[in-house]
Write a protein that binds this ligand. Structure first.
Ligand SMILES: [Zn+2]
Length: 515
């Protein structure tokens, strides 16, 4: 997010935006968000990553993804021991045991059942089971691994990876490195979601769909993410042998997906391209909420990964375009938010966007009047018309997410809160927080470099900042880290926060305020 720079002339994905009076529309927004934040199927979590805890621990997002202890809860609400595969792992009885083995076996069974039930609905015809099976790979494996697709059966070739091979119709995964590390860092649900992603490639294979070589790599990868999301949504709704995914599981799965996303700057035709974190999370959420049919749609409406809207010049900068942490960064963000919101907010009388104040302390307190806490380290001070942020907490986000857009996100939700206040929003708790996320997304969409129709054009007198590759991914990580995984729901779940942010980026005003 360097700034200011001029806009380039690239076409952006269609993003209908209506600049309109915001007054009186918040009731619609309330309806919009309750539908997705109020699922009765969610399981209440033991332990969480809510902001108070973050604050009282270290005051930052340093525990992002570190929730492996609280996942996979049975229907009675108690946690399930997921190790102890006494009878030997069915896929390979001699392999070293892993904590996720039992769950993974159940997940594989469930993925097969899921496709048996859904394949004909999606494509017509019968689902064909995986002929070549699923194979854990580890150093010193004594039974032979299958071969094909240039894979000769060496553990080294699958290290830190998992893949599907259409020659032989099999899946191999790294059971010594990738899966144990991901299960440890993000929770066992993550390895099941990776498995569901690989199964998505099986669905695309010559045996079934024969589209493995007909689309850009990213389309296939994003469709596989979408299929994985569809399966995860099914588990959330129906359970899996009495297990359900908790918010931590889903958050962990999203963080795991992001972890194996592409470095910003990859191209769509790179055979290893998966898409950016923004794109991958979008695809997962499409499937999670829309089911398999929404993924099938990718074959007629290929997703346009947002990362590919950046120019070669933007993508090839050695530095991803972050501001150094400091005054210049804060000033540029503040100025842009003020320009943006003053152009949009129309309440029938003059309205000045708030100034930004930095506090040296970790807790922020308004000089006069009530302190309205927007997130840890972020407050809206109505009496002073200021947004106040904690300098040490923003620094922590800057270092840990990492990136400057993590800071922009925190400042952005402060400004969004001021906007809700100005338009008389009656939203409360998580509904209010989710609209803030959406409004940050709306602003972010406006400063995409390929936006040819910004609310206020870049000029000498009003220089705008512009997103660089990676900024949207930083926003996704920040939104995930700010979400509640317990039942308090004051901030919204990580899943809903990311979804709200995306709606704002992709659909602007309509994404935040229209059904
Ligand atoms: Zn893949």
């Amino acid at each position: 997010m360097p700034g200011p720079t001029t806009m380039n002339g690239q076409r952006r994905p269609s993003r209908p935006r209506r600049v309109a009076r915001l007054i009186g529309v918040t009731a619609i927004a309330a309806l919009l968000w309750t539908s997705c934040s109020d699922s009765g199927a969610l399981v209440v979590e033991v332990g969480s990553r809510n902001l108070d805890e973050v604050d009282s621990a270290n005051g930052g997002p340093d525990d992002v993804g570190d929730d492996a202890d609280n996942e996979l809860i049975d229907d009675s609400g108690s946690r399930i021991p997921i190790g102890d595969f006494d009878d030997g792992f069915p896929l390979d009885s001699s392999k070293p045991g892993r904590s996720y083995d039992r769950f993974l076996i159940d997940a594989i069974d469930d993925i097969e059942r899921f496709w048996t039930d859904n394949y004909s609905k999606a494509y017509g015809g019968e689902y064909v089971e995986l002929r070549g099976g699923v194979h854990p790979a580890y150093p010193g494996r004594d039974s032979d691994l299958p071969t094909g697709c240039q894979f000769v059966g060496n553990y080294e070739d699958v290290r830190d990876n998992a893949f599907y091979c259409d020659e032989g119709d099999f899946i191999v995964y790294d059971d010594a490195g990738l899966f144990p590390e991901f299960a440890d860092e993000f929770g066992a649900a993550t390895v099941a979601v990776i498995m569901a992603h690989e199964w998505g490639h099986a669905i695309q294979s010559s045996t079934r769909r024969d589209i493995l070589y007909s689309f850009a790599t990213t389309t296939l990868e994003l469709q596989a993410d979408c299929f994985a999301g569809a399966w995860a949504g099914h588990v959330q709704e129906n359970g899996l042998n009495g297990y359900r995914f908790s918010q931590s599981d889903i958050t962990g799965a999203l963080l795991g997906l992001i972890q194996i996303g592409d470095a910003p700057g990859s191209t769509a035709y790179d055979p290893t391209a998966h898409g950016s974190a923004f794109d991958r999370v979008s695809a997962f959420q499409d499937g999670f909420t829309g089911g398999v049919v929404s993924c099938v749609d990718y074959e007629s409406n290929e997703p346009v990964p947002l990362q590919f809207g950046f120019t070669v010049e933007e993508l090839s900068r050695p530095n991803p375009g972050d501001f150094p942490f400091g005054d210049e960064m804060f000033t540029a963000m503040r100025d842009d938010l003020m320009v943006f919101w003053e152009a949009l907010v129309d309440i029938g009388e003059p309205w000045s966007a708030p100034d930004l104040l930095l506090a040296d302390s970790r807790t922020v307190k308004c000089a006069t009047g009530a302190t309205i806490s927007v997130a840890v380290g972020v407050a809206w001070c109505a009496a002073d018309n200021t947004v106040m942020v904690s300098s040490p907490i923003t620094k922590q986000y800057y270092d840990l997410i990492p990136g400057d857009f993590a800071v922009a996100y925190l400042i952005g939700i402060g400004y969004a809160e001021a906007v809700q206040s100005a338009i008389g929003s009656n939203l409360e708790a998580s509904d209010r927080a989710l609209l803030n996320d959406c409004l940050v997304g709306m602003w972010s969409g406006d400063i995409l470099p390929f936006n040819t129709d910004p609310v206020v054009p870049d000029s000498e007198t009003t220089p705008r900042i512009v997103l660089s590759p990676g900024d949207l991914d930083e926003a996704i990580r920040t939104a995930l880290s700010l979400g509640d995984t317990d039942d308090e729901r004051s901030m919204g779940t990580p899943f809903d926060k990311v979804d709200a942010f995306r709606q704002g980026v992709l659909f602007g005003f309509d994404g935040c305020f229209a059904a």
